[in-house]
Design a protein around this ligand. Structure first.
Ligand SMILES: C[S@@+](CC[C@H](N)C(=O)[O-])C[C@H]1O[C@@H](n2cnc3c(N)ncnc32)[C@H](O)[C@@H]1O
Length: 203
């Protein structure tokens, strides 16, 4: 897989369609429930934030301080217009620096992980462990089964590693056994706490 695969997969070329087509009921309640499990004014990294609704906006309205990362400058521009207090970083998620912050209370990746090649997905899970404080929470969506499919928006290949692999990767990176849920749209998501004993990465 070449280095620029992930950038090509970004939604930049489909920003307008995504903005107007994103179902606003998907993930909103889940993000609100997750935010309510975090400390007041929690510091949260939103990976693959898109144009910021409903996920980033829900977190902001719940009182979180959000650092949002996305590869698409057009989507981020819309996010900044709507949510001016969010700190944003336009980057390939595996190369983001999060403003040097390494003690996030939460990391959320709604609709991102399976867009990335396998190695990058592993990098993101390791990265979440590096930037969370011990006890911090990681929430990400990915289908329960191992499968590949063309992304509905971009037609680019998407890949779920499957629940067994995600659970193993979480454990290897110092997370507890994830709680797993389905939203009302059938999206499977994983929620795990970082225990602070990351064995496979260094800071
Ligand atoms: C399905 S959308 C989800 C957006 C948002 N989380 C939501 O729920 O509406 C996936 C997002 O991930 C971003 N993305 C894809 N590959 C990326 C990468 N390698 N680095 C950073 N962002 C990426 C896309 O630009 C897009 O905004």
């Amino acid at each position: 897989m070449d280095k620029f695969y992930e950038w090509r997969h970004g939604y930049e070329n489909f920003a307008r369609e995504f903005r107007f087509g994103r179902n606003q009921s998907i993930g909103a309640q889940e993000a609100a429930t997750w935010a309510s499990s975090l400390p007041p004014k929690a510091l949260v990294a939103d990976l693959g934030c898109g144009f910021g609704e409903p996920i980033t906006g829900t977190l902001v309205r719940a009182g979180c301080r959000v650092h949002a990362v996305d590869a698409s400058p057009t989507l981020l521009k819309t996010l900044v217009e709507r949510l001016p207090d969010v700190s944003v970083e336009c980057a390939n998620v595996t190369e983001a620096n999060f403003g040097g912050e390494r003690s996030f209370d939460g990391v959320i990746a709604w609709g991102l992980l399976f867009l990335l090649p396998e190695a990058a997905q592993k990098d993101v899970i390791a990265m979440a462990a590096r930037i969370l404080r011990p006890g911090g929470s990681f929430l990400f969506t990915a289908p329960q089964q191992r499968l590949e499919w063309p992304d509905a928006q971009t037609d680019a290949p998407s890949l779920s590693l499957g629940a067994d692999v995600y659970r193993k990767l979480l454990q290897e990176n110092g997370f507890d056994t994830p709680a797993e849920f389905e939203d009302h749209g059938g999206n499977h998501y994983y929620q795990a706490s970082y225990l602070g004993n990351n064995r496979s990465t260094s800071s």
